[in-house]
Design a protein around this ligand. Structure first.
Ligand SMILES: *[C@@H]1O[C@H](CO)[C@@H](O)[C@H](O)[C@H]1NC(C)=O
Ligand SMILES: *[C@@H]1O[C@H](CO)[C@@H](O)[C@H](O)[C@H]1NC(C)=O
Ligand SMILES: *[C@@H]1O[C@H](CO)[C@@H](O)[C@H](O)[C@H]1NC(C)=O
Length: 446
């Protein structure tokens, strides 16, 4: 038998040493995080079931001291179009929602908190947020109620929906209180999305089997929809509150109308129309803010923009306006966001984000490795000036330069046709504003 050569042996022991160090660091970090979390909560609650290994103790203590001095690692990302990074969560952010009045952004993370950010601070140096604690659980999805006096969350462990009331305090801050009863547990598969209608009339929850539930705000199920997608990947309520749409393993997007009577009483859920044209599973879709456009992205490697402003009751089908290539979609799940005016499409695959102009179908911007993990949520703010993304502990906000360019183009075309001075002045003002914004971002020519 031959003894291993010296360099090989050294290599092996170095490798083993490294592995041990990595393992120790991982244990120490996990323990540290649990400890930080427990600090603020009731003592006696056990940190996530990982008993400390005694043989590692002194090494671990040293490591722990070192880790304590360094701040927890944040993914580093810089870009000339990065407007801000919102950092307060100590866990990964899974979902965001802008309030319909445009004043707030809600985020939820696995650090057991929901944070409410004021959008008017976004371009300032400091980004303050208010914290709502999710007792004994954490939220994986969050949505504002239309009046911005409450938000709903989906509980990761509770596997159901909880409503939080937001009460304004005398000092201008908010107090957050969970309503006493969570919704009853009804879904049998993992949740894919939740929503609350802008009319305040119903809540939607969708799971990864073929189920969508329509609830009233008291937690009673009004209707159960079977999407027949084999598996749902996404579902959402339209901004006009009239429709609920879903996509999944089948190559279509299905749209239902949720019907209420004149007195606001729930009546029925009926099939409205479908988006047909993709040739493989649909990963994701979105509505424009007036619900007259939709966009979808599919495993067939394309995205599509649709005109859904149709009279479906007269058997009119949505029109396909544009198809663009997005090869990444054929290999990995993708998310999509449509700007409020439907001029810009943001597509996320892995930790990268791509911005397309929907009028010409051209890619205009690309942000690589935006987050330490895959992009978990993507959304334009209600003005369409900023795009927000999350995928680690920070929300990153980008200037929507393709959106400004689209405004410039549109105003220039409208100016040529303007028939009187007052219209001309208004258009000219909007044109100048968009040009100024692009100039300040160093992005005027493209
Ligand atoms: C698909 O649906 C089945 C139930 O119909 C569910 O058990 C399964 O987890 C779903 N698959 C995925 C990938 O979510
Ligand atoms: C949609 O967003 C645009 C801004 O991009 C705004 O001017 C318009 O009023 C919004 N429409 C609706 C129905 O909210
Ligand atoms: C100017 O023209 C627009 C249409 O281009 C029209 O809606 C508006 O009423 C006109 N205003 C005046 C003062 O004529």
């Amino acid at each position: 038998m031959e003894l291993p050569q010296m360099p090989e042996l050294m290599g092996l022991s170095l490798l083993l040493g490294l592995l041990a160090l990595v393992a120790t660091a991982a244990v120490a970090r996990g323990w540290l995080r649990a400890e930080e979390e427990t600090n603020g909560r009731s003592a006696g609650q056990k940190a996530n079931g990982c008993p400390p290994d005694k043989s590692l103790k002194s090494k671990k203590q040293k490591l722990q001291q070192r880790i304590r001095k360094e701040k927890p690692q944040q993914h580093n990302f810089t870009h000339r179009l990065l407007a801000a990074a919102l950092k307060s969560h100590s866990g990964n952010i899974t979902c965001m929602d802008f309030s319909s009045n445009g004043k707030y952004l809600a985020t939820c993370a696995d650090d057991r908190t929901v944070r409410i950010w004021s959008t008017k601070d976004f371009l300032q140096r400091e980004h303050r947020s208010m914290r709502a604690n999710v007792e004994l659980d954490h939220a994986i999805l969050v949505r504002f109620s239309p009046d911005c006096r409450a938000f709903i969350v989906w509980l990761a462990n509770g596997d159901t929906l909880r409503i939080f009331k937001m009460m304004k305090r005398d000092d201008g801050g908010y107090a957050f209180t969970a309503t006493p009863e969570d919704f009853p547990k009804k879904h049998k598969a993992p949740i894919v999305n939740i929503g609350i209608a802008d009319t305040g009339k119903f809540i939607m929850t969708a799971s990864s089997d073929t189920t969508i539930l329509i609830w009233n705000l008291k937690g009673q199920v009004l209707s159960t929809i079977n999407t027949n997608h084999m598996n749902n990947t996404y579902a959402a309520i339209s901004p006009c509150s009239r429709f609920v749409a879903s996509c999944g393993f089948t190559p279509d997007v299905k749209v239902w109308e949720v019907c209420f009577g004149k007195k606001g009483d729930f009546q029925d859920v009926v099939r409205a129309f479908e988006l047909k044209g993709h040739s493989a599973a649909v990963h994701f879709f979105a509505f424009s803010n007036d619900s007259r456009r939709m966009a979808s992205v599919s495993k067939d490697g394309t995205w599509k923009l649709w005109d859904t402003d149709v009279e479906y009751k007269k058997q009119q089908d949505p029109y396909l306006l544009r198809t663009g290539r997005f090869e990444e979609a054929s290999t990995v799940p993708c998310r999509l966001a449509l700007s409020p005016d439907a001029q810009v499409l943001a597509l996320a695959s892995g930790s990268s984000i791509h911005l397309y102009n929907t009028r010409r179908g051209e890619k205009e911007e690309c942000f690589e490795q935006v987050h330490g993990e895959c992009v978990s949520d993507l959304s334009f703010d209600i003005t369409g000036r900023l795009l927000a993304s999350c995928g680690d502990r920070a929300v990153r906000l980008f200037h929507n330069t393709p959106g400004y360019r689209a405004v410039v183009e549109e105003m220039q075309a409208l100016l040529k046709r303007a028939s009187n001075e007052s219209t001309r002045q208004r258009l000219q003002q909007q044109l100048t504003q968009a040009q100024e914004a692009l100039k300040n971002l160093g992005a005027l020519k493209k």
